[in-house]
Design a protein around this ligand. Structure first.
Ligand SMILES: *Cc1c(COP(=O)(O)O)cnc(C)c1O
Length: 273
């Protein structure tokens, strides 16, 4: 497992890779402020808030949906980091990439650099090319979770020609990406984005006890479940050296556990020493 969750306590996982070239471009354009987008539980918003603070940018997030009282763990963190939050209805949020919406935003907040939802742009993909390197060359089959697919595309561009890459979508309605046996359809969303089943919770807890590696509910628990399930179903050849990309996301666990009234699994790990 490639532990991108360990690269920074706040700018965790793949988010740093998607952000850093964007911040560099913002600096070159002499922007003062970063504007980005996301849902209330967005790991991207959390990471972006800290990255902007460290890099000396003001930051603003356009958040999907009504403001809740109290606001959740993720948004509290973002605010503590100095990020300004603006809540828009789900209907308005749908227009976020349209030129009128962007123009109006830039009129109200001049000198801003815009990073799309999830860091999903060309510089985000390019940044993700640096996830793989010499350390990963010895593996035959790489697995990553897929949200926007930015990370997947970066990995696709930087893997060696004989490495296989499989993306496990965590949203409903997407089939597995490449690298599985012909036409194998993956279905590991467990009810959809930010949803889960009892089976997933049991697996997550088992995995964390077994390997002492914490997972997040939205992405990496589903990713690891998928890999173990595919092994069990003989979809992966014996002897294959598998590399799982741990894309982070642990900051979201506290908010997720509150939302679904779950027992924090980190305590389970700690209790085991
Ligand atoms: C954001 C995120 C992803 C999704 O990455 P994409 O590049 O949008 O596909 C995967 N894992 C974690 C933990 C994330 O926070």
């Amino acid at each position: 497992m490639l532990r991108l969750d360990l690269i920074h306590p706040e700018i965790s996982g793949n988010k740093w890779f998607k952000l850093h070239l964007n911040l560099e471009a913002a600096r070159q354009q002499k922007a003062r402020r970063i504007i980005t987008f996301g849902g209330a539980f967005s790991n991207h918003i959390a990471a972006c808030a800290t990255a902007c603070k460290l890099a000396g940018f003001e930051s603003l997030a356009i958040v999907r949906g009504e403001k809740t009282d109290p606001i959740n763990h993720t948004l509290k963190h973002a605010m503590r980091e100095g990020m300004q939050l603006e809540f828009v209805s789900r209907e308005q949020y749908r227009h976020k990439t349209e030129s009128d919406f962007i123009r109006e935003l830039l009129q109200r907040f001049p000198d801003s650099y815009i990073i799309p939802e999830g860091g999903d742009n060309a510089l985000g993909v390019e940044g993700c090319r640096a996830i793989l390197g010499d350390h990963s060359a010895a593996y035959d089959h790489i697995f990553c979770a897929v949200g926007t697919g930015t990370t997947f595309r970066g990995l696709e561009q930087s893997k060696t020609p004989d490495q296989w890459l499989s993306g496990i979508p965590v949203l409903k309605g997407f089939d597995g990406y490449t690298g599985l046996k012909a036409n194998y359809k993956t279905n590991y969303h467990f009810g959809g984005y930010a949803s889960h089943t009892r089976e997933l919770l049991v697996f997550k807890e088992w995995f964390e006890m077994q390997y002492r590696i914490p997972l997040d509910y939205v992405y990496t628990a589903k990713l690891c479940y998928a890999v173990f399930d595919l092994i069990q179903k003989n979809e992966i050849e014996t002897g294959t050296r598998i590399l799982i990309i741990h894309s982070g996301g642990l900051q979201g666990n506290a908010g997720y556990e509150t939302r679904y009234n779950l027992k924090p699994s980190r305590q389970l790990i700690d209790a085991q020493g």
